[in-house]
Design a protein around this ligand. Structure first.
Ligand code: FE
Length: 208
């Protein structure tokens, strides 16, 4: 027998993925899925002991997007967003529904909408997310925003869930002054994904 005894610290993420798979199998309708996915995400980010170390590593220049899981039918994806000190997105949209769950640190978001003449105008004011908080975006409720690490001196991490494989969705960034649109695809920051499927700790514990 191996002396390597893995713990099952990834179990909360595996549970989330299993529940999301059940949920999305019932319906693809956003109005059905998004509120229920939000409840599941709330549960996932209630603990902070399951995110693999390699999905927490900031880059000195760019915010990182580590894929945690993509549904094989690309009906949803789960991503760890890692913000280095002071890092920010451009103004962007998503083209699918998305949930942003704050895990560590804090980030601020400002929403925008596009006028008929193509110019961008801020909607409401900048809002900060604290650990446990969830923000929602979607073409149906407002899809354009800019997000920043609230801290200039430390890393922040949020867990995002999207109604598609966000690494393959054609979406847009917006020029803040002219409102001009550019196509973009975010992709992912790593070739690795967490191993959700080593259940040996659990099974060994049942061995007599
Ligand atoms: Fe976003």
């Amino acid at each position: 027998m191996s002396t390597h005894l893995p713990t099952d610290s990834i179990a909360p993420l595996r549970h989330f993925v299993t529940q999301m798979t059940h949920l999305i199998g019932q319906s693809l309708e956003e109005s059905f899925v998004r509120p229920k996915a939000k409840v599941l995400l709330k549960e996932l980010i209630a603990s902070d002991d399951w995110l693999p170390e390699f999905c927490t590593v900031p880059h000195p220049q760019f915010y990182q997007q580590y894929l945690l899981y993509a549904d094989p039918l690309e009906r949803f994806s789960v991503v760890s967003f890692v913000w280095g000190p002071g890092q920010a997105t451009p103004i962007h949209d998503h083209m699918v529904w998305g949930l942003i769950g704050m895990l560590r640190g804090s980030e601020t978001g400002q929403r925008y909408e596009r006028d008929a003449d193509g110019s961008l105008k801020p909607v409401g004011h900048e809002e900060a997310l604290m650990p446990g908080d969830i923000d929602e975006v979607s073409p149906t409720i407002g899809d354009i925003h800019i997000v920043k690490n609230a801290f200039a001196d430390k890393t922040s991490i949020s867990i995002h869930v999207y109604g598609g494989n966000i690494g393959g969705v054609k979406r847009h960034v917006y020029d803040p002054s002219s409102g001009a649109i550019k196509n973009f695809v975010s992709g992912y920051s790593s070739m690795q994904v967490p191993n959700l499927w080593d259940r040996s700790a659990e099974i060994r514990a049942q061995l007599s």
